[in-house]
Design a protein around this ligand. Structure first.
Ligand code: NDP
Ligand code: PYC
Length: 339
């Protein structure tokens, strides 16, 4: 039985930041990574929390991401597209640079999109859609990954676990947010099952011969399944098209060709779309935010929960009492800090 250790959000933030700075990341890269990783741990999203530090550092060591990259925002060309070149660094620093321009243009034009190119991306998308909803806008975010998921009806890895997130701003309470892999589960969940020596639920994966498997090792060597059969497969394909091909960046199979492995963070682009509900609803009856509240109340009124409710509850708990980490996790953080 491993004993839990409580650590404040701030203390974990400082520790993760120090690990990245010690590993040679510049301040903007280190701060942006520490922010999303600690947010994942704080919100009980273990698949994109501190266990991802090692993968990020491995990617730096392998020379597949630039630790000192300074992202560049393209000048405003009057269009609705905000372009950020991550310059080979992590997506998170590029996102932070571009989000004020994205919000300004979406507020002014009604809709705007941010294209991030040439980035390494391993994180959850909800911190990004939450940054947009905090500015009073609805948001969609998506990106490819690397070829690890078989298309519905197929048997070989081709699509990525391609995350897809949506956010809707709410007054005086956390936004409505969902954020999911378009595979049955994130690949990080399979890795966590492998580390814990646990079998996978049925239906998550097939082995290299195309047979269903609950063994996480066989799943990592074989292929994951899209969520919802042909429906998840089609959404994952849409993400390859919009956030890969349309933005002139790599698709999941191209990412795997480029990296040659799935133990490094994938390198590709990302697409974030911001929309002003007031602008879209202009001249139509009813306040869109008030109407959305009626919908949310009706969902909850049936006994269902809203997506992200579990996460927001974990956040309140972590902020009040600290984040619960195992002794093994603390030892891992100490080892990473010692280099
Ligand atoms: P989950 O299946 O755990 O959750 C998906 C969403 O559904 C969450 O918003 C969750 O809210 C919500 N949800 C879960 N159960 C319910 C329920 N009973 N009722 C209503 N809503 C519910 O996520 P995944 O494993 O698919 O993905 C985890 C993370 O992995 C995501 O953050 C994603 O961005 C990330 N990812 C990143 C990739 C990358 O390449 N960068 C690739 C793939 C995934 P809640 O959190 O509150 O439970
Ligand atoms: O959990 O599927 C995943 C994932 C892939 C890249 C980053 N996260």
């Amino acid at each position: 039985m491993t004993e839990a250790v409580m650590m404040s959000v701030e203390a974990l933030q400082n520790r993760v930041l120090a690990i990245f700075e010690r590993a040679g990341l510049n301040k903007i890269q280190a701060a942006a990574l520490a922010h999303v990783i600690v947010a994942g741990e704080r919100d009980a999203c273990k698949s994109h929390g501190i266990y991802r530090i090692e993968g990020a550092l491995r990617t730096v060591k392998a020379g597949k991401v630039k630790p000192d990259a300074v992202p560049a925002l393209a000048p405003d060309d009057g269009s609705a597209i905000v372009r950020v070149d991550a310059q080979g660094g992590f997506a998170n620093a590029a996102f932070e640079l571009g989000v004020p321009a994205l919000a300004e243009r979406a507020t002014r034009l009604g809709i705007a999109a941010m294209v991030i190119n040439d980035c390494s991306h391993f994180s959850a998308l909800w911190p990004e859609v939450e940054a947009v909803t905090a500015r009073g806008l609805a948001a969609l975010a998506m990106c490819p990954s690397y070829a690890t998921v078989a298309p519905s009806g197929g048997s070989k890895p081709l699509l990525g676990t391609n995350p897809f997130a949506f956010g809707w701003p709410r007054k005086d309470q956390p936004p409505y947010v969902f954020d999911f892999a378009t595979s049955v589960a994130a690949r990080g969940e399979i890795e966590l099952h492998r580390r814990a020596g646990k079998q996978l639920p049925e239906g998550w994966a097939i082995d290299a011969a195309g047979n269903p498997t609950t063994d996480p090792v066989a799943a990592l060597e074989g292929a994951m399944m899209p969520f919802g059969g042909h429906k998840g497969s089609a959404i994952a394909t849409m993400i390859e098209l919009l956030a890969g091909i349309m933005i002139g960046d790599l698709t999941s199979p191209e990412v795997l060709d480029y990296l040659g492995t799935t133990i490094l963070a994938p390198f590709h682009g990302e697409l974030i779309i911001a929309m002003s509900p007031e602008a879209f609803a202009k001249g139509r009856p009813g306040d869109p935010f008030a109407r959305a509240e009626v919908l949310f109340e009706t969902i909850v009124g049936q006994g269902a929960r809203l997506p992200s409710q579990r996460r927001f509850a974990a956040r309140i708990q972590s902020e009040a009492k600290g984040i619960s980490l195992t002794a093994a996790e603390i030892a891992q953080l100490d080892a990473l800090l010692a280099g």
